[in-house]
Ligand binder design. Structure first.
Ligand SMILES: Nc1nc2c(ncn2[C@@H]2O[C@H](COP(=O)(O)OP(=O)(O)OP(=O)(O)O)[C@@H](O)[C@H]2O)c(=O)[nH]1
Ligand SMILES: [Mg+2]
Length: 441
């Protein structure tokens, strides 16, 4: 079946012209009707089911008619044309959700969660998006905001009576209020790293000089023959990538094709392509072939990556099924490098390598206690802005700048929180958010 959805003040009236079975003008919302949909010349387009919603009890908060017709492209096109010729227009991407937001059916957090839900590539993201649609994050933000508003009102009152020498709020109470808000914001901010990884996934770059076994490892990690492997160096010419889910995390493995850099500096000329790959990756697997003596290429790559990207590098020594070159061992030891041993061809330790990748990714904050996660950059930025304003509130009090300044910072903190839920928003922000939705949602 296909579903054509019409929202707006004239949705029911317009549909009524083409649905002879029932007078839709009189029916109440939440009902559905089976019958023929006809065109301007009384010709039947299809047998359909109409679902009627009356404002404000609908997704957009407006009258909505949903037409379920047969999912044949000719029929769908006829239905859409019929309504376009009768004064309707096509919805913009996300327009239904935008109207829902503008009509107060949901806040911005919830609207963004709808988009996240549709795009979710793992069950964990689905779960988190549903919690946000349910208003859990909105409620947390609302509670923080209400507490701050209470303090801000007393602060303003204090300023109004500043000449009368009555103390309406103590400096300590303002600091307590800012601290309590900061703590709650901190735990949300802390969840962002994990939240972002959950929603966007991570990129793992497999790199190394030609013939070390990058493509073999890629295939072993994906558990399928995705990339051609051969004993010829330079087999992989183009960058190949493939996504898989590991423990609910979407991982994009990228086979970089053999990389050679002529110096040990990542800033040298001719390394732009590689540098871009290195910059974008969350994890860089630098592969060494331990069966052959390391070449200058190996050493250049090792030096360059370990000095510029040490925090995301995992050094991997491949082909442990073959005899290990003793000079290689000495070299790694001398330079204090620990390499993770694998055999891409046998699959030895490949599973453990996946675990190591995830451990490294979560090493920053693995103790996520919050049930609800921030997954969205806009929300994260606004929370950081709120926190900054609250820190300034505390600084102002400590340094006795005067309540006038404290009040300004307090207002800024509250406004930033209002941006998150969309109580304060601009057309630009809204267009940016909703244009990323798919059409029809
Ligand atoms: N013995 C052994 N051979 C391996 C292992 N991994 C890869 N090889 C072999 O090494 C050769 C090169 O493997 P590839 O996976 O094509 O290497 P690559 O790094 O992708 O090479 P380019 O695409 O040319 O940069 C092939 O002959 C593989 O069979 C391993 O763990 N043990
Ligand atoms: Mg290859």
């Amino acid at each position: 079946m296909a579903l054509v959805r019409i929202s707006g003040g004239k949705a029911i009236e317009t549909s009524n012209d083409f649905f002879p079975t029932k007078n839709l003008l009189r029916v109440s919302g939440g009902r559905f009707y089976f019958g023929k949909l006809i065109d301007e010349h009384n010709a039947t387009i299809d047998e359909v089911v109409l679902l009627i919603y009356r404002e404000p009890n609908s997704y957009t908060g407006e009258d909505i008619v949903e037409i379920s017709c047969h999912s044949n492209p000719f029929i769908i096109e006829k239905v859409i044309k019929l309504f376009l010729n009768s004064g309707c227009r096509l919805a913009e991407p996300g327009e239904f959700s935008k109207r829902a937001f503008l009509n107060g059916k949901m806040d911005l957090i919830q609207a963004e969660a709808v988009a996240d839900l549709i795009a979710a590539k793992s069950e964990a993201v689905v779960k988190n998006s549903l919690l946000q649609i349910d208003g859990r994050l909105s409620q947390i933000i609302k509670n923080i905001k209400e507490d701050l508003i209470k303090t801000a009102s007393l602060l303003e009152l204090d300023l109004d009576f500043s000449e009368d020498d009555v103390e309406i709020i103590k400096a300590d109470n303002i600091v307590d209020s800012a601290n309590s808000a900061c703590n709650r914001i901190d735990s949300l901010l802390k969840s962002y790293n994990y939240g972002r990884i959950l929603s966007k996934g991570i990129e793992v770059l497999i790199t190394g000089k030609p013939n070390v076994g990058k493509s073999s490892l890629m295939n072993a990690l994906l558990d399928k023959d995705r990339v051609i492997v051969s004993e010829q160096p330079g087999t992989t010419r183009d960058i190949v990538h493939e996504d898989i889910l590991v423990d609910n995390i979407l991982i994009r493995f990228i086979d970089s094709a053999g990389i050679q850099i002529t110096s040990d500096s990542i800033e040298a000329e001719g390394v732009e392509r590689a540098r871009k790959l290195f910059d974008n990756a969350n994890i860089i697997l630098l592969i060494l072939d331990i069966s052959k003596p390391f070449s200058q290429d190996d050493r250049n790559l090792l030096k360059a990556i370990s000095s510029f990207y040490s925090s995301k590098m995992i050094l991997v020594k491949n082909k442990i099924d073959l005899k290990e070159d003793s000079f290689n061992l000495q070299y790694l030891e001398k330079k204090n490098f620990k390499a993770f041993p694998i055999s891409a061809i046998n699959g030895d330790n490949v599973h453990e390598l996946k675990d190591k990748i995830l451990k490294k990714i979560f090493s920053i904050d693995k103790n996520i206690s919050e049930e609800i996660l921030i997954t969205n950059e806009r929300q994260n930025t606004a929370l950081l802005k709120t926190k900054e304003a609250l820190v300034n509130v505390k600084k102002g009090i400590e340094n006795h700048f005067g309540y006038e300044f404290t009040a300004v910072d307090m207002r800024l903190a509250i406004d930033s929180l209002s941006e998150i839920t969309g109580e304060i928003s601009t057309d630009d922000i809204l267009n940016n958010i909703f244009s990323n939705f798919c059409i029809g949602k």
